[in-house]
Design a protein around this ligand. Sequence first.
Ligand SMILES: C[S@@+](CC[C@H](N)C(=O)[O-])C[C@H]1O[C@@H](n2cnc3c(N)ncnc32)[C@H](O)[C@@H]1O
Length: 288
Amino acid sequence: MRTEYCDTCGNGGQRSTPFEISAGEEHQLNDSQLYARINEMRIDVFTLFPTMFLGPLQESILKRAQERGALTLLLHQIRDYAFDRHQMTDDVPYGGGHGMLMKPEPIFRAIRTIVGPEQIPIVLLSPQGRTFNQEIAQELASEPRLALICGHYEGVDERVRRHLVTQELSIGDYVLTGGELAAMVVIDAIARLIPGVLGASDGAQADSHALGMLEGPQYTRPATYAGWDVPGVLRSGNHAAVARWQRRMALRRTLERRPELIEDADLSPEDLALIAELEQELSEPDEA
Ligand SMILES: C[S@@+](CC[C@H](N)C(=O)[O-])C[C@H]1O[C@@H](n2cnc3c(N)ncnc32)[C@H](O)[C@@H]1O
């Protein structure tokens, strides 16, 4: 079990109760900051709902990132930076409109307290941002430090966008209730790219999108299931033949499902020859 305290946070002069992370134990949560120590890269998340992050942080890759000391993830309760009597973090929009907007002061104050003058990417999760993809995940994974701001309600005051954040990221063309789930998607995609997080055997380099195309079909045991066989080449023990088959199938799958990806993919002369062959194959009507 590991307990982390944050020394940088103002929090009205009070120290927050630490968030303890340990597998299979109940956590004593409060409404303040929650800390999960993971290393190398540091991500500060600013949210009104820090407890939403607890499940994902303690499972699978994010748990492993923490155990391997590859990532430090700090969760900051924005409400702790609203110093008015009622700790208000939202208010009605000027000019009318539906719902409430997140006020600028607590967000500015939280970022200034935690990030200070350091120049780091300050990302607002927003349906109006650049659409998040593997390339952006790679880009962000190479940063030593990153801040993520989660909006809620009807979003955030425009001054946060204009004068505080350095970029806005969307996880797709749909609207979520808050930025928390989007932040978790971004954190997960980044964490698995940090060196040392994935083992050599499940390296991220072969994943779909990592090389600008989709991964081909994969099989595991049994060799025959319900009369369906695993392709013989995968059981042949011939590594060169397996690699050729995998490359061919990745190209085929990409041509079938996401042909636009092929245009920007890094292709060898052998790939181009394979693509010509596959295009011919795919244009022929099925015999069945
Ligand atoms: C209900 S949404 C607000 C949408 C806002 N009124 C608009 O039209 O742009 C509340 C918050 O959820 C988050 N959010 C919603 N959809 C998102 C998406 N597709 N990607 C990233 N964040 C999203 C943002 O942080 C946003 O501030």
